[in-house]
Design a protein around this ligand. Structure first.
Ligand SMILES: Cc1cc2nc3c(=O)[nH]c(=O)nc-3n(C[C@H](O)[C@H](O)[C@H](O)COP(=O)(O)OP(=O)(O)OC[C@H]3O[C@@H](n4cnc5c(N)ncnc54)[C@H](O)[C@@H]3O)c2cc1C
Length: 470
């Protein structure tokens, strides 16, 4: 055993330890505990939700295919329903607002503070034990099997053992530590741009909507060709700012501000999202290029540049965008928004062709439908669309590292080609993966399987009984 001297063990051994409490990890932990596994969920932050809470992401994409069929359900929908009850999601359309932008049929705005509470409640009700403020520093292995995690927190250094682990760190930290192969970024190892999100208050969304209706060419509207409508037709149909919850564009204003040196040069358009709080929007307009999400020093430099950009981006909105003249910076994210990190080499790979074709497979455990959205390291944003408004399947093997046992991956590190990852990294599919990983981990703990030995037919049957769409 390679324990590196980390011998003090937590006083309990677990069936399942879920590493990372982003939404993939949260859903995995709930699913494992509800399946009867003694489950621990651990994270370096003091609350659950990952990018959705600490990253101020603001919405779940995409619960529906472009035809309007709901392709993510089960625990993820339960989370939305619980947020609605506490005022943290819109009651309209069961939380899923129609999306005039047109890269997804629906957008599901979620309040981060409500989500912190909802995820914590659902975990505790399911019997999940939580260990927060805890950094996972690596794995303990026996041969190719991970048997424990090395963790650090205020109590010092210790190990936590389990029969099986879910790697929901978003960076495949467990797989990398255990020596599993992975890919990072493009052929040169460069990743998509990182963004640091912020929220603005005192925004007049009615005034902004009037501007959209008068200037549709300045915006992304009805992007997916399946929609078959012109920008003008879509803009004419907008009755309320809730009809366009994920606003994308302001091309001319961005160009003008860049020419005057008043806006960074890393992107050609800006994005903001409506929230459930009146007058408050989430800004997605910073763009941090050339950083490495697996390098601590690089992440520090990215965070510093991101915080600088937030204020220049806010000044841009204040000075150039109708409805924002009296706005102010409410807060900025605690966590950098890392779009792309390690992608494991799995027993199966989700390919770009599979996504674009809307392929269905016998071993699918979740579905995805968002456009293939790649923010290139150059700053250029490229999109591909799924054929005929369909959804694609995510096979179980994309969660199983090829060379490491005892670990199931859930979330954006799934085995996938880059463009495929640009779709499957969205919140709805990563929560679908989480539910599958949690049930599979519980099956492993109960029957003594390795993750790669889980009978996928049985897994799919259980997921369907739980209301998930496979
Ligand atoms: C800028 C940006 C914009 C996006 N826009 C959207 C959008 O509009 N809609 C949408 O649906 N998706 C969007 N996405 C994609 C989506 O947010 C991410 O892919 C998603 O958060 C991945 O979820 P996850 O659970 O895999 O990882 P994360 O949300 O990153 O969660 C990982 C968790 O693991 C913890 N962790 C990591 N390493 C360790 C460690 N070593 N020790 C302890 N804890 C650890 C982290 O603290 C975190 O809580 C966007 C992503 C980015 C970055």
């Amino acid at each position: 055993m390679t324990d590196g001297g980390w011998m003090m063990a937590l006083d309990r051994d677990y069936d399942v330890v879920v590493a990372g409490a982003g939404m993939a990890g949260v859903v995995a932990a709930i699913a494992a505990a509800r399946s009867g596994a003694r489950t621990l969920l651990t994270d370096r932050l003091a609350f659950l939700g990952g990018n959705m809470t600490a990253g101020l992401l603001g919405n779940f994409l995409s619960f529906h295919n472009m035809k309007g069929e709901q392709i993510t359900d089960g625990i993820p929908q339960e989370i939305v329903d619980a947020c609605i009850e506490l005022g943290g999601a819109f009651r309209e359309h069961r939380g899923h607002l129609p999306n005039a932008y047109g890269n997804a049929y629906s957008v599901t705005p979620i309040d981060p503070e409500v989500l912190k509470l909802v995820t914590q409640k659902l975990c505790l009700e399911a019997g999940v034990e939580l260990l927060l403020n805890t950094y996972i520093a690596g794995t303990v292995t026996e041969g190719r099997r991970v048997t424990a995690l090395r963790i650090v927190n205020k109590s010092g250094e210790s190990v936590v053992r389990a029969k099986v682990f879910v790697d929901a760190t978003g960076d495949a930290d467990l797989v990398a530590s255990a020596g599993g192969r992975f890919q990072l970024g493009n052929d040169e190892g460069r990743v998509m741009s990182i963004s640091l999100f912020s929220r603005l208050g005192n925004v007049d969304l009615d005034k902004h909507l009037a501007y959209v209706k008068a200037n549709p060419d300045e915006f992304m509207l009805g992007e997916d060709p399946y929609i078959g409508k012109t920008k003008r037709q879509i803009a004419d149909g907008l009755k309320h700012w809730m009809d366009y919850p994920l606003v994308t564009g302001h091309y001319t204003a961005v160009k003008q501000a860049q020419a005057k040196g008043e806006f960074h040069k890393n992107r050609q358009r800006v994005v903001f999202q409506v929230t459930t709080i009146p007058g408050v929007v989430v800004l997605n307009a910073t763009s941090l290029l050339g950083y490495d999400p697996t390098d601590g020093q690089s992440l520090t430099r990215a965070a510093l540049e991101g915080r600088e950009q937030i204020f220049s981006v806010w000044r841009f909105f204040r000075d150039y965008v109708p409805g924002f003249d009296k706005s102010f910076v409410l807060d900025s994210a605690a966590l950098l928004g890392v779009r792309e990190s390690r992608r494991i080499v799995g027993t199966r790979t989700l390919t770009t062709d599979m996504c674009v074709a809307g392929q269905k497979n016998d071993d699918d455990i979740a579905r995805g439908s968002y456009c293939l959205d790649v923010h290139q390291p150059s700053g250029v944003i490229e999109h591909m669309h799924i054929r005929d408004g369909e959804s694609y399947g995510i096979p179980y093997g994309t969660l199983i590292p090829e060379e490491v046992d005892g670990v199931i991956v859930a979330g954006r590190s799934l085995a996938s080609e880059r463009f495929a990852n640009g779709s499957a990294r969205c919140q709805a599919p990563i929560m679908g993966m989480g539910q599958a990983a949690g049930v599979a981990a519980a099956l492993c703990a109960e029957h003594g399987f390795q993750p790669r030995e889980v009978p996928v037919g049985q897994l799919r049957g259980i997921l369907r009984q739980q209301g998930a769409v496979v």
